[in-house]
Design a protein around this ligand. Structure first.
Ligand code: AMP
Ligand code: MN
Length: 275
């Protein structure tokens, strides 16, 4: 529903084929796909947890907080996500104006073709347009040359606060998870502050095994999880067969000495009748 290219049904099928047993669809700032994903999971014989990935601003950097196992009908969660999405349309127009100045025309309309809903327009959609029009060969090249800090098309944005995001998730009965901590450009003290404040607000888990981490980061964040007493999560961050390096269900298992995040929300798992 946000910046992936497959439908929830196609994702469920792919997850099943790849040997996934427990799945969560985690659209950015959006939970409109949860019913379809849960139904598709059931049809495929997959266990399901509700999911989302909330954009947060922390120490001048964008951090993603994954929510798992929350009530998808929670009113405060809906309102919070709606507000978080609200800035995307205006931001996209500014991104487009910047790109225009370096000779790239029609980027807003071009990106919008890939998403339909301006509320959900993201840098990924701009990246697809820049590949489509031959400005770059692939999306990773786009993020090296455009849309990132110091490059044309980067528009700093104020997302949700860490406190609000963690509260929306936990107040709705879910567990908050720091997404791909290895991806942020934090100093050691900023990273320490992120984990400390996250814990203070009620956050309970961190991704350890993710498509965005190197093998060294698997080890580093396993240690960080233990140091902060956090459960561990495993996520592919899969977006598209054409763009993602990590497919669903292909990452290594979590280290055995960590608490898997799903143990904290076992009662929230929607079990498939057959598996
Ligand atoms: P946005 O929420 O609009 O800031 O877009 C963030 C999304 O852009 C991320 O979730 C990724 O899917 C994508 N993205 C950001 N940086 C990169 C990168 N270096 N390579 C590929 N995709 C990226
Ligand atoms: Mn994304």
């Amino acid at each position: 529903m946000s910046d992936g290219t497959l439908t929830p049904e196609a994702l469920a099928q792919r997850a099943k084929l790849n040997g996934v047993e427990l799945w969560a669809l985690t659209d950015h700032d959006e939970i409109g796909g949860q019913q379809r994903a849960a139904a598709a999971a059931k049809a495929e014989g997959l266990h399901y947890l509700t999911g989302t990935e909330i954009s947060v601003t922390f120490a001048h950097e964008t951090v993603h907080i994954v929510g798992l196992g929350f009530d998808p009908n929670d009113a405060a969660m809906h309102a919070g996500l709606l507000a978080t999405r609200g800035g995307r349309g205006a931001r996209a127009r500014e991104m487009s104006a910047q790109l225009e100045k370096v000779g790239i025309k029609g980027a807003y309309e071009g990106a919008l073709k890939y998403v339909g809903n301006p509320e959900l327009i993201s840098r990924t959609h701009f990246a697809r347009y820049l590949v489509e029009t031959g400005v770059c060969r692939e999306t990773h090249e786009v993020f090296r040359k455009y849309l990132t800090e110091g490059n044309p098309g980067f528009v700093p944005t104020r997302w949700a606060s860490l406190r609000d995001a963690v509260h929306w998730i936990t107040d709705a009965g879910g567990v908050a998870v720091i997404a791909h901590p290895g991806r942020y450009k934090f100093t050691p003290s900023e990273e320490y502050a992120l984990f400390t404040e996250f814990k203070t607000h009620g956050g309970q888990a961190t991704e350890v095994i993710t498509g965005s981490h190197t093998a060294a980061e698997f080890v580093k964040y396993a240690e960080t999880a233990k140091e902060f007493g956090l459960a561990a999560s495993r996520g592919s961050d899969f977006h598209s067969p054409d763009e993602s390096h990590t497919d669903l269900g292909t990452l290594p298992y979590l280290p055995g000495d960590l608490t898997p995040v799903w143990e904290l929300i076992a009662s929230r798992i929607q079990y498939a009748s057959a598996h």
